[in-house]
Ligand binder design. Structure first.
Ligand code: NAI
Length: 248
């Protein structure tokens, strides 16, 4: 399939790109600032001689004009976009009463508005083609999460957007679903997940030794959602959380 993946230079996004290329998909992914990391992903894909082709483009998803331009470029590179994975996301944690306008806006603009801009830019060609798959990477934060008013609101918003787009465009052959990762070891969680939350996960996640998720488990879920077998799965919010579906 021809895929556009946002935030593909590291973490969950990079793994979706690498595993997708291994499975033979042609992919354009975006990075926002670290071009070296984007090159590393390409190198890795070259090393493993993945079947699919992979390119990257720079994109700040907060900029709707840039989103439209990058979607056009990716469309040219791929010869059309069949799959969009909205993975780009950030956290700016803190108690709600101390949260700055900037921290509120940055998170909403990146996680929620960015996802909307990408969907809006890609949907017309999917409608014309009579086929499309959109997967939004949400978060367990959507159930409410202390210290994450901005993040939680953005991810709950993503889920509402997912269900709405599924209803608006399902008849056009397009499915829109959200995946909800629990705790996965990435730069984001290494940089910002407090030890008490790691402990909480280890104590309560009903997996052997309260283990975190494996990135391959998430990319496999994305692969399923874009497969022909998942054509009847639409507007869903699917948890890959090991069974821990609530937060402190
Ligand atoms: P990460 O920090 O390693 O990756 C985030 C990606 O988003 C990076 O590639 C970054 O460049 C990109 N990005 C950030 N701001 C951007 C912007 N303005 N424009 C374009 N790209 C931008 O984090 P991770 O863990 O890989 O997270 C990926 C997604 O998964 C995020 O949406 C996150 O909220 C979600 N998630 C992650 C969980 C985890 O346990 N790691 C748990 C729940 C959700």
């Amino acid at each position: 399939m021809k895929m556009l993946v946002t935030g593909g230079s590291r973490g969950i996004g990079a793994n979706i790109v690498v595993d997708g290329a291994k499975r033979g998909h042609d992919i354009v992914f975006t990075y926002v600032s670290d071009e070296n990391a984007a090159r590393d992903v390409i190198r890795l894909i070259d090393d493993i001689q993945a079947e699919g082709t992979v390119d990257y483009l720079r994109l700040d998803v907060r900029d709707s004009t840039a989103v439209a331009e990058v979607v056009e470029q990716a469309t040219d590179l791929l010869g059309g976009i069949e799959v969009l994975v909205n993975n780009a996301g950030i956290t700016r944690d803190g108690p709600a009463i101390a949260m700055t306008d900037e921290d509120w806006r940055d998170v909403i603009d990146t996680n929620l508005s960015g996802t909307f801009y990408l969907c809006r830019a890609v949907l017309p060609q999917m409608i014309d083609a009579g086929f499309g798959r959109i997967v939004n990477v949400s978060s367990l934060g959507h159930v409410g999460s202390s210290g994450q008013a901005n993040y939680s609101a953005s991810k709950a918003g993503m889920n509402g957007l997912t269900r709405t787009l599924a209803k608006e465009y399902g008849r056009k052959g397009i499915t829109v679903n959200a995946v909800v990762p629990g705790f996965f070891e990435t730069d984001m969680t290494r940089e910002s997940l407090p030890q008490e939350l790691r402990d909480f996960w280890g104590n309560y996640c009903p997996m052997p030794e309260g283990r975190p998720g494996r990135l391959s488990e998430l990319s496999a879920l994305v692969e399923y959602l874009i497969s022909p077998e998942a054509a009847f799965i639409n507007g869903q919010t699917i948890h890959a959380t090991g069974g821990l579906d609530w937060g402190p």
